[in-house]
Design a protein around this ligand. Sequence first.
Ligand SMILES: [Fe+2]
Ligand SMILES: [Fe+2]
Length: 212
Amino acid sequence: MRTPVEIWIIEHRQVIEHADRLVDLLAPDDIQSQISNPDNKLLRNQIADCLDAFIEISEGHYRDEENLLIPAIIEHIGSENLEIKHALGCFTREHGQMHEFVVRIRELLPVLRSGDKIESSITAEILRTSYASQSLIRNHSAMEEKEVYPLVGKLPMKVVAEIFEKIGGGQDMNLEHLIRPLYGKSAEEGDTAEGEKKFKYGADGMDFYSEG
Ligand SMILES: [Fe+2]
Ligand SMILES: [Fe+2]
């Protein structure tokens, strides 16, 4: 059965591409003075575009998980189990942090896209917010794929299908780029040759494999 997890993993990979690109853009030693200089319009816009992707995931994907996935887990599986409680606690804290970063990103974007010189205190803030968001997005996606998404396999099929439909899963999608889990080598990953690696989520009905 197709599940919302397929879509969510793809969205993780897409935002992580932006997050990693952002870190690359910010790598030069003199990046603060480069950002400060209004002549560096292209660089500033590239940084702003990456930050835009963070707003998009925070207001779309994260809200869908909060509004559809978490209530379904609590209703149909419960949150008494310590591991589930821990996973849901991390989930809530990290989503809250991301939404706070997005508030700040919204304030920083017009400054980045302006034609004005940017003060060093603001360029420092752009760097701090960018690195903090990137780190959170990577860690949160990995935690979720390891600890939260497998719970989808324990939900009633009807509930999973409803969530899938609500997040647009009925549309024709290219799932080619489903790739390996973010949290490193899985306990169930065999010692297969490069190019033949398989990954498997343990929960019932939640087997995802990735080639290469
Ligand atoms: Fe999430
Ligand atoms: Fe997610």
